[in-house]
Design a protein. Sequence first.
Length: 239
Amino acid sequence: MEKAMTHALTENTMSDLRYKKLYRLGGIAVLANLVVMLISFVGYILWPYAAGTTPTQEIYTLIQTNIWGAFIALDLGVSIANLISIVIFLALYVALRRVDEAYALIALIIGLVAVAAMIAARPVFEIFTLSDLYASAGTEMDKSLYLTAGESLLVQFHGAAWHISIFFNALASLINALLMRRSQVFGRALAYIGIVTFAVATLFWAPGVGLMFLFLSMLGSVPWSILLGRDLFRLAREK
């Protein structure tokens, strides 16, 4: 019995060592997401968020005159952070499956669904293509068609896919934070900050105050990202 337990522990240790590169990539991804978020915040001051607030024709004009400003105004930072978060979800699954593999797997699946939904909710490059077609259109009728097509795409920025992505991302992160509270490899401060931050984020659907909850969760994600990156890099260094 004792020999079997020792063998199992050795296998678990070797298995964890195989994922050290994933932990390191997860730590890099967390910090990269934080940098993207901060850059996007500064960028929105120069080029405010456009989808749903700015007429489609003005968005097309911005694309033609200032391509990087248009990317920021159309939430390119969210699209980048969304893709980077795939690595984070994978690293957390590997680290937290030792606590409860079933819930860790549920969090991973929900997180990946959130990523896929956000891709559908941010048709940025399609809008850029329509902008080029609008700029080269020869008749007012063609311009009108491209404007209508653009408006239908811009609606998706706050459509069902966006709501599903925000909620599932918050739910997956909340499950991971709850698992961290029972884990021996993540700090308690990280777990409790995550629980509060992502519990608040799940309330973004609340009428009238939903955006305030979403903003508060963004503030909480800053210390969460710093502490999570620290712990993932520490896991990557362990022998």
